[in-house]
Design a protein around this ligand. Structure first.
Ligand code: NAG
Ligand code: NAG
Ligand code: NAG
Length: 222
């Protein structure tokens, strides 16, 4: 007698787990750029000497720098000012940004340039325009995912990796438990079927026994 082991269909929870495993979010980090220091060498103004500086990247709003009033003075910022951060960069796409002085007739352009996340070294990038200004920008997450600076690891990048490892471990343990449960369920099902078949065989044996009795009875009568 041959019993085929029942193959149970994949448990719905296993399917859910598989989908969850495939959709674990990657280590996406926002590359927010803040102004660290600025030193303007000229005020672009025609009539008044007080500049009204603003910074703007393509697609962003203007950001006024209300504190910068004097030329040839280094202004240092904490990065927490109400107007920070200046902008956000994509991983492999530069943004065209500029520094301007808001003027009555025509805004003075200090400079317009391409700001790229790959140009940040250790999260810092200096832009110098001869005779116009010198500014340093901070973006801790820009270098963290650049890949080329393997020696440098910022804490903000290590943490998401740790959590994803933990998630993978938990999901693997859950998946193993589910697989064991599924196998156990399959085994129980197989045992049940085996018992049913055994009972059927037993009953059949009885019927055959009856038949044999009849035949024996007949032969006895003859
Ligand atoms: C760096 O990325 C993390 C993760 O998205 C984010 O929480 C953090 O605010 C980012 N820091 C900066 C300065 O952009
Ligand atoms: C620009 O400013 C407006 C109004 O404050 C705001 O709704 C919009 O989201 C801003 N756009 C960007 C790209 O920051
Ligand atoms: C520009 O600013 C940075 C940071 O303050 C400084 O290290 C650098 O020497 C400055 N360069 C010039 C030419 O002023």
């Amino acid at each position: 007698m041959r019993w085929s082991r029942p193959i149970s269909p994949p448990h719905p929870l296993l399917v859910v787990l598989f989908v969850a495993l495939c959709s674990i979010p990657g280590t996406t980090s926002s590359r927010l750029v803040t102004l660290d220091t600025i030193d303007i060498f000229t005020t672009g103004k025609w009539f008044s000497s007080k500049p009204t500086l603003y910074f703007r990247c393509n697609g962003d709003n203007m950001t006024y720098l209300p504190d910068v009033k004097e030329a040839n003075l280094i202004y240092t910022f904490k990065g927490e000012e109400s107007w920070q951060p200046l902008t956000e960069l994509a991983e492999k796409k530069c943004k065209r940004c500029g520094l301007y002085d808001d003027d009555f007739f025509k805004d003075h352009v200090f400079d317009e340039w391409e700001m790229c996340s790959t140009e940040f070294k250790d999260g810092k990038y200096t832009h110098l325009k001869e005779g116009q200004f010198n500014a340093t920008f901070l973006c801790p997450n820009c270098t963290a995912s650049a890949g080329d600076s393997a020696a440098h690891h910022s804490g903000s990048e290590v943490e998401p990796k740790k959590t994803s490892v933990a998630v993978i471990i938990v999901v693997s343990v859950l998946a193993s438990v589910l697989v064991i449960l599924a196998l156990f369920g399959g085994y129980k099902y197989w045992l049940k079927k085996k018992r049913e078949r055994d009972q059927l065989r037993f009953l059949k044996l009885f019927e055959e026994g009856d038949d044999m009795d009849d035949e024996l009875g007949l032969s006895n009568e003859i």
